[in-house]
Design a protein around this ligand. Structure first.
Ligand code: CAA
Length: 240
């Protein structure tokens, strides 16, 4: 039987590439989305991948969604916490709402989904969790105290939970993508983005597939000895 995988924010951008790659790897994939129903329906039509709408930053909705997926397909064995948003502004222009939105969606979602799936993975003596962090959680970024804090939090969360999961065969790893060619990065002002690309030794933005390859590696059945790690996929922009 195919292992059941949930990819949050799995219908667009990096998440969509991850969902497709896991499907190609023989997983039964469910991709979640929070708001863009049109994009999610188009993604489903194109790929046949099941989509489910819930706010991963909301605890009750996350638990309900995990229960719904488990009732339909069986327990989730592979979890990719990819859902993420930006609300960039320098601190003096950043509101409490901008802070809360990013912390809840990017970091709170990891707690919500791991909490809802981890005990099941432990009982099954198998689990693969991959949390999508960021180069900006490693290095910081001007105008991103909220995002950098959330992504840095993901890296710490990953190492802590990896210690809890190891003896049960549940691996917990993070990927720290650099600047990847997605809607999120295209929203960066062009003059700022140009300067960022100039600092990428590989000389280009990342592709969503570059990140998806990492997820396939970390979620493979035989990736049993890799846990608590952070895989940087950033074209050499930050060597950490
Ligand atoms: N370092 C130092 N100074 C900087 C700077 C930097 N990196 N970026 C901007 N500044 C300076 C500017 O030169 C400017 O100085 P002057 O007033 O002397 O001209 C001042 O800061 C104000 O800059 P802006 O006019 O850009 O200020 P703003 O308030 O209009 O916008 C901002 C600020 C929203 C942070 C904008 O600069 C921005 O969007 N930056 C990009 C942030 C970014 O990289 N986000 C990543 C999004 S993608 C992502 O997060 C995915 C991932 O994981 C990698």
């Amino acid at each position: 039987m195919a292992r059941v995988a949930l990819v949050t924010g799995g219908t667009r951008g990096i998440g969509a590439a991850i969902s497709i790659a896991l499907q190609k790897a023989g997983r039964l994939v469910v991709a979640s989305y929070a708001g863009n129903t049109e994009a999610a329906e188009a993604f489903h039509k194109e790929t046949g991948i099941e989509v489910i709408k819930f706010d991963a930053g909301n605890y009750d909705q996350s638990v309900a969604a995990v229960n719904e997926i488990a009732a339909k397909h069986g327990a989730i064995e592979i979890l990719v916490n990819n859902a993420g948003i930006t609300r960039d502004a320098v601190l003096s222009k950043q509101s409490r709402e901008m802070w809360d939105a990013v912390i809840d969606t990017n970091l709170g979602s990891c707690f919500n989904l791991c909490k809802a799936t981890f005990d099941g993975m432990k009982a099954a003596k198998f689990g693969r969790i991959v949390n999508i962090g960021s180069i900006n959680g490693q290095a910081g970024q001007y105008g991103q105290v909220n995002y950098a804090a959330a992504k840095s939090g993901i890296h710490g969360f990953t190492k802590a939970l990896a210690q809890e999961g190891a003896r049960y065969g549940v691996t917990v790893n993070a990927i720290a993508p650099g600047y990847v060619d997605t809607d999120m990065v295209r929203a960066v002002p062009p003059d700022v983005l140009e300067k960022i690309i100039a600092k990428i030794p590989r000389g280009r933005l990342g592709k969503a597939d570059d990140i998806a390859r990492g997820v396939c590696f970390l979620t493979a059945d035989d990736a049993d000895f890799v846990t608590g790690s952070t895989l940087s996929i950033n074209g050499g922009q930050h060597m950490y």
